[in-house]
Design a protein around this ligand. Structure first.
Ligand code: ADP
Length: 415
């Protein structure tokens, strides 16, 4: 019996030490494996004896994790590109108002090179915008504010959105300068058109009332008033036509029919059309152009419209006895000019000239130097001409010596 116990004890001891050894060995392997997972998870062995199941499970977990990580990285990169390319500014500020993120557009709009870590107040530097951000922080509601920054000639809109995850805020900044400018141009345009229509309409009304009140029967005044009505109607018709032209050109509806064109043929045909008008005004109209100038690529009727327009102005603003000279020359002959190569056309007159401060404005819609002096003009002709020249890839400008005359130049690229 004792002997049996002894055998059983020996067997038990043997089995226990075998399990202890197994346990120790397994623990050592698992510890080694855990160490490897910690220090170099990218080089995990997959053929470890006795813990194959564990190592396989971790290997598949690693693959899934890597896949998710790379998807996340791709999404992050995409988001970073979007924020980088966005023309609107994006700023993320924490609860203390310190900037955690600012995209390049935001840094440009607020003229700073490193907004990170600085406070919103320091970067935005405008009390109305800062107020909007503070209101958003206090109320935890979206706030928006628009301001004009006269020093920078900018119009900015800020939308402050409370950050629901942290207690900070997200600031979106939009540059509305261009939109505002277009709105102003549109408003000015409408008020100009109404103003320009009111004057001839008021005089038409006055003339018809005078006729109704008896002038119609007057053999002298009757035809005179009818003649003036006719002139006013012509002016209105011209304005309607020019407005239509301008709107078509500006909206790109006018397609240029480009073809090789000899500068001399263009300039002489415009001169022929205006000769009679110049003679009637007691002016000499001269053409100076070499025969062998290079051809330009242009829409003949449109460029002729520009030349006629410029000659028409020259006739209008030059007293009898003066002269108008049309010149076409290659750019090389001009020398040192700050524009690209081409043929430079010039319409030179010896008329009233244009004051220096008006020179840069005469190409604006409805701009007239002296409304009382110009009589029947609409102020649209030069604006139309500018569009036509620019549609040809050219440039138009004017130089003038007030009281002595003006020169209108335009350059069209050669073929
Ligand atoms: P308008 O129909 O009034 O002539 P434009 O756009 O052709 O309109 O010209 C704008 C203004 O530029 C004119 O009203 C005039 O004040 C000025 N201007 C244009 N051409 C000349 C010129 N050759 N001499 C003097 N002033 C000119």
């Amino acid at each position: 019996m004792d002997q049996l116990f002894l055998y059983l004890a020996i067997i038990f001891l043997f089995v226990a030490s075998w399990f202890a050894w197994r346990y120790h060995d397994l623990k050592q392997r698992v510890d080694e494996y855990a160490h490897l997972v910690r220090i170099s998870p990218e080089k995990l062995p997959t053929d470890l004896k006795q813990i194959e199941n564990l190592s396989n499970a971790i290997a598949s977990l690693k693959t899934t994790f890597n896949l998710q990580l790379s998807t996340l990285n791709d999404e992050n990169a995409r988001l970073a590109t979007v924020l980088e390319q966005l023309t609107d500014g994006v700023i993320i500020a924490d609860a203390n108002g310190l900037i955690q993120f600012a995209n390049p557009a935001a840094q440009n709009l607020f003229e700073t090179s490193n907004a990170l870590g600085h406070s919103v107040t320091e970067v935005i530097r405008n009390h109305q915008l800062v107020d909007a951000w503070q209101r958003c922080q206090q109320t935890r509601e979206v706030q928006s504010e628009s301001v004009e920054l006269p020093a920078r000639r900018q119009f900015l809109q800020l939308i402050a959105i409370p950050d629901t995850h942290a207690s900070g805020s997200l600031l979106l900044v939009q540059d509305l300068t261009r939109v505002r400018r277009l709105e102003t141009v549109r408003r000015d345009f409408i008020s100009n058109v109404s103003h320009e229509l009111r004057t001839p309409l008021a005089s038409l009304k006055a003339l018809t009332e005078t006729l109704q009140n008896g002038a119609l029967a007057d053999p002298d005044a009757g035809p005179r008033f009818l003649g003036r009505i006719n002139t006013e109607i012509d002016a209105l018709t011209q304005m309607a036509q020019e407005l239509l032209d301008l709107s078509r050109i500006e909206s790109g509806q006018v397609e240029l029919i480009l073809a090789p064109l000899a500068p001399k043929s263009l300039i002489t045909s415009a001169a022929d059309r205006m000769k009679m008008q110049a003679e009637r005004a007691g002016l000499k109209l001269l053409v100076k152009c070499e025969d062998d100038l290079q051809n330009i690529r242009a829409d003949k009727s449109r460029l002729e419209q520009v030349l006629v327009n410029l000659i028409h102005n020259a006739v209008k603003f030059t007293k009898p006895g003066g002269e108008i000279i049309l010149v076409a020359e290659s750019r090389e002959a001009v020398g040192g000019a700050p524009y690209g190569g081409g043929i430079r056309f010039a319409v030179r007159d010896s008329g009233a000239g244009i004051p220096a401060e008006s020179l840069s404005r005469i190409f604006e819609r409805f701009y007239r130097v002296d409304r009382s002096r110009t009589g029947s003009g609409t102020g649209l002709g030069l604006s139309i001409s500018k569009h036509i020249i620019e549609a040809h890839g050219g440039r138009i400008w004017a130089e003038s010596d007030e009281g002595r005359g003006s020169v209108f130049y335009f350059v069209i690229p050669v073929l």
